[in-house]
Design a binder for this molecule. Sequence first.
Ligand code: ME8
Length: 534
Amino acid sequence: MAKTFYLTTPLYYVNASPHIGHSYTEVAADCLARYRRLKGEAVFFLTGTDEHGQKIEQAATAAGKAPQMFVDEMVERFKALWTLLGISHDDFIRTTEPRHVTVVQACLTRLHDENALFHATYDGWYCTPCETFWTKDELAATGGSPTCPNCQRPLEAVKEEGWYLPLRRHQDWLRRFLKAHPPFIQPQTRYNEIASLLEQPLPEYLCITRPRRRVGWGIPVPFSDRHVTYVWFDALLNYLSAPGYGVDAERFEGLWPADVHFIGKDILRHHAVYWPIILHALGLSDERMPRLIFAHGWWKIGEQKMSKSLGNIVDPYAIVQQFLKGQSFAADVYRYFLLREVPFGQDGAFSEDAILGRLDADLADDLGNLVNRALSMIERYRKGVIPDFGSENDRLGRVTDDDDLKEEALQLSGRLDESMSNLSFADALGSIFQLVTHANRYIENQTPWLYAKDTTGQERLNTILRSLAEVIRIVSITLEPFMPSVSAAIWQQLGMGGTPRRLADASRWPGISSGQPLGARSVLFPKSEAGAAG
Ligand code: ME8
């Protein structure tokens, strides 16, 4: 039996509400999950929340709440947002759940029993917002100043005894593994970044515990009641605990290894260095390593970094429910913008104008216009019933245009497959919209309204209308991973019943039953003047 395609997102910290960055990773992962399902594959899409550590503890204190109560409330904001955005995860793991805690403790016990951990005193720097240790050597690269190389915020000096996982001991193995598996980290720039990091000696050890007297909110370390687990060691293990590592062997075997870990570039080192080393220390072989870590780029607000102090954090709820409130498919407009605006892997600049630009140009003028024009012609000229193709001898020399359109439509799923196998979401959407543009041009060139007036042009008109209906059907199928609600709405307007379920149907022509009546119609994307900007 084919292995289930297993993909993950980071577990987001619940110290604050979700923002555009979190929704970006989530939507990208959802798009791939939906795409794989549409291809007929079994998929396990995991997401969740990171709920332990100093930063959450501090946020709970600031809110005047006990940590458990605080995280229980915060997690709902993430879950509700994923519902709003149509995220189709198969599992949502919280690091405070017993099923996760048990696995983390079992892993700690195992490493301890195998003498794979050291007990020592750490004397160095710590970044609480990133929950990350930095050695003096690593800071030298930033001029020795005590600011975090990742987020540039001030570091805290820490000196504390705890338990350590050796890193350098695994360095040669990791370097070799990376060389043998160049697709392990993508895009290439991120691969190069880690490859060059591994040319320098790694820090000797990674501290994987925190003293309980300072950080109370963490998973208790089974062999030391003075310690809790370091939040990153805890959180990374979710990728093992959710599929049932050490608990349900059969389930785990069907899912592991992860096919894609989606992350942002901020947490590349944790995923591309610590994570494989943890797995290696736990005895997993090279074949059992995750297959791909994809570190996408960063959303900025115009030219600025998004931050609380600048007050420019983009709240997806505000975009979808307020800014786009005139839109019936606001969540899909937002998904489309995220996936189309920036090539996956590169940084992007967010602005409300940029969303409106995409909404008006691509969605309203191109896609909405195509569906509206084609279906209203079927309504007007054929009483709302999709006609058969006209008979051959009535094609009046327009064969090439028909064939070109059909050919591009039938090539679409191949193009999509190529783009999606590289996680090039923007390119995939580009191919779908190229077909949409082509179909609009076809309408202009074919002038169906002229045939409608002429009794001898009726067969020709049938061919044009049917060709357009077939293209719209294929667009509806291929849009499903990107804009699931829009895809379903188009499908229903075509009178197809249900929702698109199989990508293979995009390679069929024709795929509509003759005599099929259209469903109820409505405008998909009112132009922004009509209400989007509110
Ligand atoms: O790091 N642009 O959680 P986190 C794009 N709990 N993506 C962004 C972004 C931005 N401006 N800001 C955040 C953690 N992200 C850990 C992860 S995993 C075992 C533990 C996205 O809440 C991006 O995916 O800080 C980034 O990696 C993630 O949110 C960080 O989320």
